[in-house]
Design a protein around this ligand. Structure first.
Ligand code: SF4
Length: 65
């Protein structure tokens, strides 16, 4: 199962990820991404990964567990 990862120190709060998949990403009060879950079903990988790749500072990625 793909695992969603984030580099919180790299996140600049652009929110592209939230726009792309609001069921997986959110932004906290400090403007830093929050992963709403980390275990991603294979069937939704494309959508979640596309949103991750939309991050301008490459702060999001998926790893195969
Ligand atoms: S798109 Fe990237 S920089 Fe923007 S909130 Fe999401 S993780 Fe952070």
């Amino acid at each position: 199962m793909p695992i969603l990862k984030a580099d919180l120190s790299a996140c600049q709060g652009y929110a592209n990820c939230v726009v792309g998949a609001e069921d997986a990403y959110d932004i906290d009060d400090d403007g830093v991404v929050v992963l709403l879950r980390t275990e991603i079903e294979e069937t939704e990988r494309g959508r979640i990964e596309t949103a991750a790749l939309s991050c301008p500072v490459s702060a999001l990625w998926l790893e195969d567990a």
